[in-house]
Design a protein around this ligand. Structure first.
Ligand SMILES: Nc1ncnc2c1ncn2[C@@H]1O[C@H](COP(=O)(O)OP(=O)(O)O)[C@@H](O)[C@H]1O
Ligand SMILES: [Mg+2]
Length: 246
C-alpha cells in the first residue's frame, strides 16, 4: 500500500499534530491533494452523542477533500488515558484491519494521506498490538517528531531503534523546539542529525500561533529521501535536495 506518511513522536504532546498539519499545508502549497487520519484518539468531547477529538477535527479541516469524521477518527474515546485502557472501559476492540480499510478508502481520493499515531511508538492498542503494528499494517514510512528538551536524545534514538525493529521505513524527522528555554538545543539537534539515518525535514521554533501555515513555513517535504517520494507520494521540489540532513 502507498500514499502517505505515519507521524509518530518521542512522546505525547510533542507536536505530532502541529507537524502533521504543517506537512499537509506544505504539500498543498506544492500542489498536492492531501488528507489525514487520526485513527485512534483518547481525550475526546461529546457533542450530540458523538465523540470528537480536537486533533482529528483540525486534521479533517486541513484536508483537500471532505471526509466523514468517523473515517478520519474511527476510534474516539472520552477519557484522556492510554487508548487500550479507554477502549477496554467501553468494551471496544481497536481493529487494525478496520483502520487499514478506512485508510485505503481515503488513499484512493488523494495523493498523500498523513496518519497521526497516538502517543509514541510503542503505545499499546490492545493486549497485544501497539502503534508500531498499526504503522506496519498501513505500510507507511514514518516521520518522527522529536520534542527538543532534556532527555530527548534517549527518547529519539530509542524510537528510531523501535521503528527499525518493526521493519518500517523512517522517512524523516522533525525537531520541535517547543521549549525555548531548553539549553544546548542546537547541540542536541546536531547530535541527532549525526545519528538518525534519515533527513531532518525541519526545525520548528516555538511558534506564537502553531497553525498549519506556521508549521509549513519551517517544514521541507522536498528533503524526504528520493526513494520515499517516488513510492509514497511527494515529488521533490525542482532542483531541491532529495536527501541529506541540511
Ligand atoms: N513549535 C511549537 N510552538 C508552539 N506550540 C507548540 C509547538 N509544537 C506544539 N505546540 C503545542 O504543544 C501542544 C502539543 O502539540 P501537539 O501537536 O498537539 O502534540 P501531539 O500531537 O504530539 O500530542 C499543543 O498545544 C500545540 O499547539
Ligand atoms: Mg496530536
Amino acid at each position: 500500500m502507498s500514499g502517505g506518511y505515519f507521524i509518530t513522536g518521542t512522546d505525547t504532546g510533542v507536536g505530532k499534530t502541529v507537524v502533521g498539519l504543517g506537512l499537509m499545508r506544505a504539500l498543498k502549497d506544492r500542489g498536492r491533494r492531501v488528507a489525514a487520519m487520526k485513527p485512534v484518539a483518547s481525550g475526546c468531547r461529546e457533542r450530540d452523542g458523538i465523540l470528537y477529538n480536537d486533533d482529528a477535527l483540525r486534521l479533517q479541516a486541513e484536508g483537500s477533500v471532505g471526509l466523514p469524521y468517523s473515517t478520519v477518527n474511527p476510534y474516539a474515546f472520552a477519557p484522556p488515558i492510554a487508548p487500550h485502557l479507554a477502549a477496554a472501559e467501553v468494551g471496544v476492540w481497536i481493529s487494525i484491519p478496520r483502520i487499514v480499510e478506512e485508510f485505503r478508502g481515503v488513499a484512493a481520493q488523494v495523493e498523500t494521506v498523513i496518519v497521526e499515531g497516538v502517543g509514541g511508538w510503542r503505545v499499546p492498542l490492545d493486549e497485544r498490538e501497539t502503534v508500531a503494528d498499526l504503522a506496519a499494517a498501513l505500510g507507511l514510512p514514518v516521520i518522527l517528531v522529536v520534542a527538543v528538551r532534556l532527555g530527548c536524545l534517549n527518547h529519539a534514538l530509542l524510537t528510531v531503534e523501535g521503528i527499525h525493529h518493526s521493519g518500517v521505513a523512517l522517512a524523516g524527522w522533525v525537531a520541535n523546539r517547543l521549549e525555548p528555554a531548553c539549553t544546548r538545543a542546537e547541540a542536541d539537534i546536531d547530535t541527532l542529525r549525526r545519528r538518525i539515518p534519515a533527513p531532518l525535514l525541519g526545525i520548528l521554533p516555538r511558534l506564537a500561533r502553531p497553525d498549519p501555515a506556521a508549521g509549513a513555513a519551517h517544514l521541507h517535504p522536498e528533503r524526504l529521501a528520493a526513494w520515499v517520494t517516488s513510492v509514497f507520494g511527494c515529488r521533490p521540489a525542482r532542483g531541491g535536495a532529495t536527501s541529506g540532513n541540511s
